[in-house]
Design a binder for this molecule. Sequence first.
Ligand code: GDD
Ligand code: MN
Length: 387
Amino acid sequence: MNAPQPVPSLLLSAAERGGPDLSIIVPTFNERDNVAELVRRVAACLPGVAWELVFVDDDSPDGTAELARQIGRVDPRVRCIQRIGRRGLASACIEGMLASNAPVLAVMDADLQHDERILPRMLLTLRQGGLDVVVGSRHAEGGGMGGFAPHRVLISRLAARLSQLVVPATLKDPMSGYFMITREAFMGCVRGLSGMGFKILVDLFASSPRPLRFAEVPYTFRDRLAGQSKLDGQVAWDYGMLLLDKLIGHLVPVRFIAFCLIGGLGVGVHLSVLGALHRGAGVDFLSAQLAATVIAMVFNFSINNLVTYRDRRLAGLRWLGGLASFGLACSVGAVANLGLASFLFDRQQGWLLAAVAGILVGAVWNYAVTSVYTWGRPRRAALARAA
Ligand code: GDD
Ligand code: MN
């Protein structure tokens, strides 16, 4: 008797192969008290679907990753990617999606604000409609913002309006952090993603080389089960940077734009300190100029460290080292600035052109050098816990 022929595994359905149909990606930061309940609820609402759930945890101090692994030891459908020395909701989602297997990907928050009971309907809508994306939507007919604070409803609406610069206006809830996407559509955009901030859905729509076919499934946003929101003022800045990146990022890196904006503020700080010391307190010009230079430099370094390089923020001793390398780089930048400006001025190019050219060269130098030496990734220090 002939031995049974092995069946080519790709002819089997996903469930028969043992692989998942649906990968659910859940970014977490300090969600220890929510993860077990989330897994329980997801499991309860997806009978008949072969799913896997991937937590992507940014080294939460509350031990979320360890608990997620404990759950995974009991339920092999669950696992955890623990990122060390990194922060960021969108980048966590992207890494989770890349580290998962199913042909369909879902992204949802860990805090149970996203209603898991619509997952089956989202999957069905995606498959039956031959779509690329299905969005869990608070603004589609039948959805709602639940107990969302009125000021956040307003901000969310404003942000959604702004998103129309880069996403289709017919998408009612572009700010949603709850959606499903086919792996094919995701892989089509992944190399163009900015990966900045909170708004991964906007990023996906704006990065796709072709218009994404989408639908929205309504749900009502719930209150957080436990813990606190990580949304803060920085999220608005990140969102602005994401939009800028999508609009002009192919021409100028957005970090450079942020660096220049902060440099502009630094000039304001410099002039205020100089004015207060020299004109106000009668300090001689050179001493006042020196003090203003040092203060403006510390200001520029601190704000860039907090905002432009938040994802690589330096702390403690590394903050001091960063300040020193920043100061050194900017001093060389100042020499280049003065050198070029005086060269052009001497050749009768006009003071404005000479000044602008000097400033531009100084800014590019400062940006390029500090991005490598001040905020580049030293291999040893990269294992520090991200703020
Ligand atoms: N890995 C990782 N890294 N996860 C993070 C980070 C981070 O830096 N920051 C937040 N998270 C996780 C949280 O633990 C949570 O599971 C999820 O991302 C959402 O964070 P929340 O802090 O709960 O945000 P929110 O409720 O204010 O806003 C959410 O819902 C809005 C409406 O859908 C976000 O998803 C927004 O993007 C969304 O607009
Ligand atoms: Mn939340």
